[in-house]
Design a protein around this ligand. Structure first.
Ligand code: ADP
Ligand code: ZN
Length: 514
């Protein structure tokens, strides 16, 4: 199809003047009958890539989506543009489903959205209609290498055999290199063309802060921008509720949002947020998929995310209008330990633990964070971004060998049987009851680090863990243990470079969060 004709369709049906990067290429690829994988960041404009071809192609387009809750919205907005679309999923009655199936048979519908587990309902339709295109949204769900594996997706590989001459379009915002290849294999795509849009969102600033007194930090942050709306992502439902209450108490218009809330309440919160009637949503990751709000000015992660894909998708909800927007991630060792427990007990533990490790490496980064993020998605960037905390405030190194020796010896004296806070108390010569009960005040190295603050010790120990000299045994009450590398520092003269602790919140430096 000519460029002019495609543009005319874009304008006529969707009201847009021009294509976003890659949209036109993807559409042309599909129209030429090729299997295609489109990797585009959230908000990049994936939907047009199958909606426009659906209008041009003679038969129906099947859109497979895992998000039953969003199907209705998507279909409603298509209908609002005068496009004949419907959805079929388990939320509907049998009669309703039959009605849609009849409409499909009567060629009254161009696009049908269906959840993977409901595909079988369509089997008898398939024999009577022409299927021109199969679009598989959130295609990473098929891959155990992805971060959101869904068993219902695994069967989708049969589609290529069932419709050998129908192009399949996989769409995802979140595939690293291994996942991309796996998606193509699992879907049995034949020599697919892969389009990768740039994931760089230059307007998002990136920042990671230690999670010391994070509620206070969040309150200060929000108070500084009274008219700007944002999202605070939390790991647990409980945290979303507690945090939103704390914010409400000091007069911030905040709501909580998670999958455990009533549908009506959730829909209301979502509407209020979109219409700027609610400034802050404290949410689990259940919030955001498909929420189209262009002026989200900031996203905070109260807890460390499980992986970089999720993190990038979540911060990507800020600044869709292209204006400068802020993102802040709070890093705490407590979170890391909890996430490790989740991951090691879940599906694909090894993969999920490795992804979590990458996430932690990002949070602990000492070089441009955007480079790390983009390289994760396979993009190489030569310049530092200038819009992340590391670029703005590069870390300074110093010879931390003596600090490291003190810390590692202390861990030995404590027989590798204490968690991080006690190790710090011990180093600082703290006079707390537990120390005295254990008789730790009589051990050598007790108090050898009294000159360094609690907060700084905490950070140095975390650095030593990241450098690989010691580790947290998270299935043994988080005891700090040495690794074999510790010997190099203790006995073989190895020098240790540490970074100066950033003084973000000095007045809270005695607060213990680990
Ligand atoms: P994704 O599925 O990649 O997250 P969507 O398809 O929902 O993104 O599109 C995100 C937003 O961008 C929507 O509001 C959509 O209407 C808008 N959009 C998509 N393509 C264009 C375009 N070519 N011009 C302007 N806006 C667009
Ligand atoms: Zn940077």
């Amino acid at each position: 199809m000519t460029t002019d004709l495609l543009h005319a369709k874009l304008k006529e049906n969707f009201g847009f003047e021009k294509f976003r990067p890659n949209q036109e290429n993807i559409i042309n690829c599909i129209l030429s009958g090729k299997d295609t994988l489109a990797i585009m960041p959230t908000g990049g404009g994936k939907s047009i890539c199958f909606q426009l071809p659906a209008l041009v192609l003679p038969g129906i387009t099947i859109v497979i989506s895992p998000l039953i809750a969003l199907m209705k919205d998507q279909v409603d907005s298509l209908k609002a543009n005068g496009i004949a679309a419907c959805f079929i999923n388990s939320s509907q009655s049998g009669e309703e489903q039959q009605l849609h199936i009849q409409n499909l048979k009567d060629n009254k519908v161009k696009l049908v959205y269906v959840a993977p587990e409901s595909l079988s309902f369509l089997e008898n339709v398939f024999n009577q209609v022409v299927v021109s295109l199969i679009a598989i949204d959130e295609a990473h769900c098929i891959s155990a290498w992805g971060h959101d594996f869904r068993p219902a997706y695994t069967n989708l590989g049969y589609l290529k055999n069932r419709f050998p001459s129908t192009p399949i379009l996989g769409l995802t915002a979140t595939a690293d290199k291994a996942t991309r290849t796996d998606i193509c294999n699992q879907l049995n795509l034949s020599s697919p063309k892969i389009f990768i849009s740039s994931f760089d969102r230059k307007n998002l600033s990136l920042e990671v802060r230690p999670a010391l007194d994070r509620v206070k930090q969040i309150i200060d942050f929000i108070k500084n921008k009274p008219n700007e709306s944002g999202i605070v992502y939390c790991l647990s439902r409980k945290t979303t509720e507690e945090l939103s209450e704390k914010l409400q108490k000091i007069g911030i218009n905040a709501k909580s949002y998670h999958a455990g809330l009533d549908n009506k309440i959730r829909a209301k919160t979502q509407d209020e947020f979109i219409n700027d009637d609610c400034q802050v949503v404290c949410a689990t990751i259940a919030f955001g998929m498909g929420i189209d709000k262009s002026n989200v000015r900031w996203v905070i992660h109260y807890n460390l995310p499980k992986n970089i894909e999720g993190y990038y998708q979540e911060i990507g909800r800020a600044g869709r209008d292209g204006l400068p927007s802020e993102t802040v991630l709070f890093e705490s060792y407590g979170d890391m330990i909890q996430l490790q427990k989740f991951a090691s007990g879940g599906l694909n533990a090894e993969v999920q633990l490795a992804k979590l490790e990458r996430m932690k490496q990002y949070a602990d980064a000492l070089s441009c964070r955007r480079k790390i993020l983009l390289s994760y998605f396979g993009e190489l960037v030569s310049e530092n971004c200038g819009n992340c905390d590391i670029c703005k405030n590069p870390p300074a190194f110093f010879d931390g060998t003596i600090i490291a020796q003190k810390a590692l010896s202390a861990i030995i004296r404590l027989q590798e049987s204490e968690a991080l806070p006690i190790v710090v108390d011990f180093l600082r010569g703290s006079k707390n009851v537990y120390i005295f009960e254990k008789g730790y005040q009589n051990l050598k190295t007790y108090g050898v680090g009294a000159d360094i603050s609690w907060y700084d010790w905490n950070q140095y120990l975390i650095q030593l863990i990241n450098l690989g000299y010691c580790e947290i045994a998270f299935h043994q009450q988080n005891k700090i243990k040495l690794t074999p590398f510790a010997n190099k520092v203790l006995f073989e003269g190895e020098k240790v470079q540490l970074t100066t602790v950033q003084k973000i919140n000095k007045e809270t430096s005695e607060i213990k969060t680990a």
